[in-house]
Design a protein around this ligand. Sequence first.
Ligand code: NDP
Length: 434
Amino acid sequence: QLRNAGEPEFHQAAREVLESLGRVITKHPEYSEEALIERICEPERQIIFRVPWIDDSGQVRINRGFRVQFNSALGPYKGGIRFHPSVNIGIIKFLGFEQTFKNALTGLPIGGGKGGSDFNPRGRSDREIMRFCQSFMIELHRHIGEYIDVPAGDIGVGGREVGYMFGMYKRLTNRYEAGVLTGKGLSFGGSRARKEATGFGTVYFTQRMLETKGSGLDGKRCVVSGSGNVAIYAIEKIQKFGGKVVACSDSDGYVVDDAGIDLNIIKEIKEIRRGRIAEYVELKGEGCRYIKGGSIWDVPCEVALPCATQNELSADDAKTLIKNGIIVVAEGANMPCKPEAVRLFQEANIMFAPGKAANAGGVATSALEMQQNASRDSWTFEKTEDRLAEIMHNIHDACAQTAEEYDAPGDYVIGANIAGFVRVAEAMRAMGVI
Ligand code: NDP
């Protein structure tokens, strides 16, 4: 507690994993002898740095940059960069911790890390974004590399920002090291289906959970929170599976469209205008409504995919969802459900998929991007998506089987935590106390 004072999100993430691990220690006492749990909870390295930049009016601004290199037992550190005013070291540590287990679950050779800044991109011009990304990379470039640490996007960081950061990295190092960042544009080493991967993957996972009960997304009423990268492609894949998404949101409010959200309008607002979800009503016309503030989880649905941010779904929201007949909840975002909400879902026998399993498709496809870069290859969309679907099915099945093996059938939280932990712990044990 004292060592990580003032980091409530990190405590929350660590507690959730540690609660699952008692069962592992009973089976494998050797893990506790070697202090594996204590070592896994301590990041290998944390970097905090100043990011000075100049805004369009000529004023000098200062932000704080972070990179937490959490665990490299399985491969180079790997995890996104987040630009949001709420970013602090505790947030980046919780994300890096989660990332370590998530990356292990993919079965691919990647360690865990995360980075970001308290920079707020909202309302900033394209030039300001570019100058900020360049200044951020002037420091970060010393700490990353295709065999060291491979960042990607997250909240507030998409293809545009990755492009600016890659350009600065290339200039500073005089190396065309394509594998140093993922989520790149297709014209300079990006992978097809990377943009879609997290949202698509979450929906593949959800569909697989429903299939275990002889059901599927077809005909189901769904709510997806957020309207960013993860949410947009989750909506797209739900619609492909025949589900109907009736609501989505941003941090100002949410929109309800009982006829089904028109995805082209969402893409127009978010990917082209970089606007607000409130604009949906004006573009769509009749039959939909915008609610400022409030909770999107008040909208009745059978499938809920929280795809915005941490702790966005409270115990009260969980009660409302249960009352309204929810069947399955899968976390597209990282830790969007508060612990009490997760407990309520599990007590009510609602299928629940934690983010480290359900949203692992993004980082898995990033690892496929690294693979394409290393072999100087570029796969088709279909080939990449087929690999993504296969990986998500494998993660689902590994979580379900591990839960059974540890006497918790149907508990995807325990399954994901244990399956991820064992893979990292085995590699760490083999490498000795380092
Ligand atoms: P984006 O920046 O593309 O979108 C984030 C969305 O969430 C926006 O609609 C944003 O609204 C909303 N949001 C952000 N913060 C808040 C907040 N405090 N309250 C309410 N809404 C908020 O990010 P992504 O879609 O990439 O990321 C969403 C989540 O998914 C995050 O938890 C991220 O860590 C996780 N994730 C992302 C992956 C990826 O590949 N991108 C991979 C795995 C997980 P607004 O515009 O108003 O801020």
